[in-house]
Design a protein around this ligand. Structure first.
Ligand code: ATP
Length: 713
């Protein structure tokens, strides 16, 4: 229930006034221009009216008291509507709901609910909750009593909707539509963005896939390579082991051979140390023999030379030959015997050869007298040499004999030494053969070492840590061809710049985000559409049902005021075609679905008159028709309060009475504030206020009447 209105600085109300509305009907009276309508304006203004025309002004600042010759202008206009909320018809847990609006010069506007600043929207929603709105029929302005008639079909529909308490849902629908359009915009934007990044993502995904493939293959390659290299190393290891074994064996054998060589050498040394003393003699004798041989050779050469000379001498002389005589032969044989006796074997042979030659020729050379002396010298030399030779032969024979004796004495020792030497030679031969083999094993070892290094190097090049090769992995060791093939495959897949991967992750994330967002927005959009459909259905259903009732009540009040006739409301399409409220006019389709009806039209038939249509009505008839409709609306969906501003001006006396009776009746459910000049109306009021314009140009309020029934809070 409307409890009080306070105005300050608004229009003609310079100073603060307070109007209590304790009864069901409050009337405001006063002379023209005193400021009565400004009170209705103030109520409209507090309720959030934005239209300057509706507030009967051209400029927002005109709403603030502008001053007069005597009063100065004011900087701020404010008004407050105080509602009693003990019944909690406003859904807030407060006994009073105070709605305020303030306006300052310069244009600032403030809205408050219970002194807390709020938005205009909050005020409109708050009032809509109790079926009150600034537009429509809540305040029926002066001269606009027939706004319900003058309104377009569409506007009328809105007014009726508001009267039926559907404004709240209409506002909700508008808000939902706004959200939907925002959602759809965002959705469209997200889709555009998805479309924009999709081709790039496709390219990047392809590249990322390549990277993955390469990585997978590289990982597989690494496993195979590890297996392969570990396998190779394992083979090398067993080879090394066998080499090591062989090496050890040969080392032992070599050591043993060395040892036996050493022993044999020792044996040899020992044997040589125990060499018999006669060995020295033997050596000396041998040396002596050698010396004698030397001398013998020299002497033999000398002899040859002497004999040669002797022969040459004979040939150069006139040789005288004589036949070989027996005595010569005898002497010669005797000579031979002597030579042999002397041990001169070679000389004996020479002598024998000469003798044979002489015997065969049968002649011998007889000595020449001319060279006898010479021959004699020579012969003496020959004899000397021969004597020396014979001496040497003799000595040699002696030595030989001694040597033979000595040799016999040391034969055993010699045999032993020879045995040792032979054994040593054999051992040494064996040792060098073994050494040869050992060297080849060492060579093999070096070779396998190189092989090992190579495998390790290859492994390192393939990026495989040495540690991971220590243990041979399970599974078959792959062949090299397999590895080569896989390696070629890895290399054939192009290497992708890591920046591309980063970009892929970012773009993919963005795409995912946008896709999720799109999904969310689609869901939101769908549920908003559902909500709009539900609201449409509710508004339509309630509106059609309410409209049918209002039409009936309209007809009832119309007939009551005019004493007959017929009036009703009907829905029209954009093409002004009539809709059947019962929904029988099915050719127009489901109204809720397409919202095809444009508005709400009026038909009125005055009794006894053939002419239909509002244009044919007189000013009074029109005013009465408008009031019938207003009463019809109020009867169906009683607003909490209603402000009438001189809507009863056109009524004659009998209609004034009817009017008074009707609103008296309606005031059971609706609180009335009526600005009037009509006495019938004033007589029905519980409270009567007089408004006057003071000399300073500001409006003043005088309380004229309080009914005994009413109590002022
Ligand atoms: P009527 O009975 O003829 O309809 P009314 O009592 O309804 O008259 P209003 O229209 O409420 O009169 O008041 C008009 C008066 O308010 C005028 O005198 C006008 O000068 C005054 N007025 C309007 N705006 C302002 C303002 N901003 N400052 C001072 N006075 C103002």
């Amino acid at each position: 229930m409307l409890k009080r209105l306070e105005i300050s600085g608004f229009k003609s109300f310079a100073k603060k006034i307070s109007l209590e509305f304790p009864g069901r009907v409050s009337a405001i009276v006063g002379p023209n221009g005193s400021g009565k309508s400004n009170i209705a304006d103030a109520i409209r203004w507090v309720m959030g009216e934005q239209s300057l025309k509706a507030l009967r002004t051209k400029d927002g600042e005109d709403l603030i008291f502008s001053g007069s010759n005597v009063a100065s202008r004011i900087g701020k206009a404010s008004a407050e509507l105080i509602f009693d909320n003990i019944s909690r018809w406003f859904p807030v847990d407060l006994d009073e709901v105070v709605i305020s609006r303030k306006s300052y010069r310069g244009g600032e506007n403030q809205y408050l609910i219970n002194n807390s600043p709020v938005r205009l929207k909050d005020v409109v929603e708050m009032l809509a909750k109790v079926g009150v709105g600034s537009k429509g029929y809540s305040i029926i302005a002066q001269g606009a009593a027939d706004s319900l008639l003058a309104a377009s079909d569409k506007e009328r529909r809105e007014m009726i909707e508001e009267a039926l308490g559907l404004k709240e849902f209409r506002l909700k629908k508008n808000e939902t539509e706004r959200k939907l359009s925002e959602t759809d915009n965002n959705l469209a934007q997200a889709r555009v963005l998805i479309d924009e990044i999709s081709p790039r993502l496709k390219t990047l995904s392809r590249l990322a896939l390549k990277v993955k493939e390469r990585e997978d293959k590289a990982a597989r390659l690494k496993i195979l390579e590890t297996q392969y290299f570990a396998g190779e190393l394992n083979k090398i290891k067993s080879k090394k082991q066998s080499i090591e074994e062989r090496k050890n064996l040969f080392e032992k054998e070599l050591a043993a051979a060395k040892n036996s060589i050493f022993k044999l050498r020792e044996d040899q040394n020992k044997e040589e140390e125990v060499a018999p003393a006669s060995l020295n003699d033997l050596n000396r004798l041998n040396l002596e023999t050698a010396k004698l041989d030397e001398i013998e050779t020299k002497l033999t050469r000398d002899l040859g030379r002497v004999e040669g000379l002797m022969e040459a001498e004979l040939e150069t002389e006139k040789l005288e030959y004589q036949p070989v005589t027996l005595s010569y032969a005898k002497a010669s044989l005797e000579n031979l015997r002597q030579i042999l006796k002397d041990g001169k074997v070679s000389e004996a042979l020479n002598f024998l050869d000469e003798l044979i030659r002489k015997l065969i020729s049968g002649k011998i050379v007889s000595q020449q007298k001319t060279s006898v002396e010479k021959n004699l010298f020579l012969k003496k030399q020959e004899k000397d040499i021969k004597n020396q030779l014979a001496e040497i032969f003799q000595k040699k024979d002696q030595i030989k004999e001694e040597i033979n004796k000595l040799n016999f004495a040391i034969a055993g020792w010699r045999e032993r030494l020879a045995g040792i030497k032979q054994g040593l030679a054999q051992e040494e031969k064996k040792f060098s053969a073994q050494e040869e083999i050992f060297r080849s094993v060492v060579l093999e070892e070096d070779k396998i070492g190189l092989e090992e290094n190579q495998v390790l190097r290859f492994a390192e090049e393939a990026g495989i840590a040495k540690d991971s090769l220590a243990i041979l992995p399970a599974g078959p060791v792959p062949d090299f061809y397999q590895i080569q093939k896989l390696r070629r495959e890895v290399e054939s897949i192009m290497n992708v710049d890591p920046e591309v991967l980063k970009e892929h992750d970012a773009v993919s994330l963005r795409h995912q985000f946008l896709t999720t967002q799109t999904g969310d927005l689609e869901k939101a959009s769908a549920s908003l559409r559902d909500l709009i459909r539900e609201l449409d259905q509710k508004i339509d259903r309630d509106f059609r049902a309410g409209l049918a009732e209002i039409s009936e009540e309209f007809n009832r009040y119309f007939r009551m005021i005019f004493g007959g006739g017929r009036a009703n409301l009907y829905l029209v399409s954009e093409k002004k075609e009539k809709y059947n409220l019962e929904g029988e006019n099915s050719q127009n389709g489901d109204i809720a679905e397409n919202d095809a009806y444009a508005g709400c039209a009026i038909s009125a038939e005055i009794p006894g008159k053939k002419i239909k249509g509002l244009n044919a009505l007189s000013g009074g008839e029109r005013s009465l028709t408008a009031l019938s409709l207003l009463f019809g609306i109020v009867a169906v969906n009683s607003p909490p309060f209603l402000v009438f501003d001189e809507i009863d001006a056109a009524l004659d006396e009998s209609n004034s009475r009817r009017f008074a009776n009707i609103f008296k009746d309606l005031s059971q459910k609706t609180q009335f504030v009526i600005i009037t000049h009509n006495r019938e109306t004033m007589s029905e009021a519980d409270v009567l206020y007089g408004v006057t314009l003071a000399e300073d140009g500001s409006s003043k309020i005088i309380s004229l009447k309080f009914s005994e029934k009413t109590t002022v809070a």
